[in-house]
Design a protein around this ligand. Structure first.
Ligand code: ZN
Length: 72
């Protein structure tokens, strides 16, 4: 009986540790995405991953690219 309880505690601890480790890495990823700035002065407001050094249109939706606010 005592052994069973011990195994249960170990399992719960491992799960908790695994979950929190997973959580912190997810937060780290979100922060990385937030701080990563795509290259290109112009970007599509609908598709921020579409960027260009020159004014133009988005290759995905054809919208005019917006100029990036470099003051922020
Ligand atoms: Zn677009």
């Amino acid at each position: 009986m005592i052994m069973r309880r011990y195994i249960l505690i170990v399992a719960v601890t491992a799960l908790t540790l695994g979950f929190s480790a997973c959580n912190s890495s997810a937060q780290k990823d979100a922060k990385t995405i937030e701080t990563a700035k795509p290259k290109g002065k112009y970007y599509c407001t609908m598709h921020p991953e579409i960027t260009s050094d020159k004014p133009g249109t988005c290759s995905k939706c054809g919208m005019d690219l917006a100029e990036r606010d470099t003051t922020k």
